[in-house]
Design a protein around this ligand. Sequence first.
Ligand code: FAD
Length: 466
Amino acid sequence: MPDYQLIKKELEGIAVEDNPALVRQKSRDFYWYSPILKAQLDNVTADLVVTPKTEEEVIRTLKVAYAHDVPVTPRGSGTGNYGQAMPLSGGIVLNLAAMNKVKQIHPGRVICEPGIVIAELDRQTKAHSGQELRFHPSTAQTATIGGFIAGGSGGVGSITWGGLRDIGNILRLRVVTMEAEPRVLDLTGWDLTKVSHAYGTNGIITEIEMPLAPAYDWVDVLVGYDDFMDSVRFSDALAKCNGILVKEIAPIAAPIPFEYFARHKPYIRQGQSIVALMIAPHAMDPFLAFTSQQKGEITFRSDKVESMKGIPHAYELAWNHTTLRAIKVDPTITYLQVQYPGPDHVAKVQKMVEIFGDEVPGHLEFIRFDGQIQCSGLPLVRYTSEARLEEIIRIHQDHGCPIFNPHRYTLEEGGMKQTDTVQLAFKKETDPKGLLNPGKMIAWDNPNFDFAAGQNYLFPGLAALM
Ligand code: FAD
């Protein structure tokens, strides 16, 4: 057992918290979205929370942790859904929230620290020069930019710009390594794939350079249809419409909108499916003409309501906020993350709707994927048992709809179900003792793990906690 009193002494001058209740609070994320992760991770907690204010304090913390063989799990705001920010082996939670400065803003790019909340970053770039991030998660009001890069994938704006995996959507990351003498590395180009979406397993991001787009006062719109598939076809057609500038297109099946979107309920009829949209103000006229041609019913416009007080942003009905709003009303609900590869993505969605009906109420996000318009989905699941959930996953896969499993805490099982050799090689270089966010990269713990065998990975340290 590490000597945490000594460690605290060695970290003197840096903010350190060891109150068990507060440490436990900062050892959580949104893992409880999944009944499976909830059972597995409920007892996970760190020993200390360290909150550095500067890169120099990050380096000092990693040096001390390395010397004492103490695991370090970075944390932004803890809004990840898969236990990404949860310290499976205890040790230190490295809370980056105090490293929240914007350093420089230029035409087309911003340089900032990792702990700034995304909406605040957008606020500053907009005030400075009318620019905003190309896309952001629906948690923009709470999540940090560092946590998004290390734990997220895409979001509001991905209809135009694709996702974080697309080269050009991150410009540069500065990363501190976990070694006896931590190094500071600047990564650009393809090297960015070493640490983006690596859950902080192979370096701590201390500085970020992101591309920017022109900012608009986006208009929130809801378009209603009586049939979910009509809303999907409308969304597909709008997404392919070259001239109308949109930032978000999310068709959401009945009964989700009426049952779970409390603040928008006055604008939605029972049994109505909706499309949650963000439209550039100058695009409203062509958008209205297009929607009328498509026989969509405009049920809500943020530029026409008297006040938006108490009404959430349209993007806070979409992405994983759809799930959040449903769980708040019915805690037995969970969800899946589905891809519907094109060009026949609409037909694939239709097939899944026919098979599952109200057991898996539909929710799609239209995005640009490898240059093509496609949709991915975060459908709700009316959860009955783990066995049925596995069956629902299998049926999707059998119909050519891959699942990114949100009920797993490892990078591989939540992703492509294969070793990311680039991230593994970088971990060998930057974290030789395997102290950064242990248990999240199967390839590090068990290089012989057979992904094709169909078993789930259980991090050995967790078995004792369950
Ligand atoms: P955390 O949850 O704190 O951390 C995420 C991961 O990054 C962890 O593995 C952590 O260890 C690591 N990390 C954090 N900071 C650093 C750092 N400086 N250096 C290295 N590693 C670090 N995700 C999307 O992609 N798109 C969405 O639209 C979206 N919508 C969501 C909606 C809801 C309601 C919820 C609950 C989640 C959603 N998510 C979404 C997931 C999550 O909110 C985002 O990925 C978010 O950006 C994570 O930011 P965070 O600051 O909370 O990171």
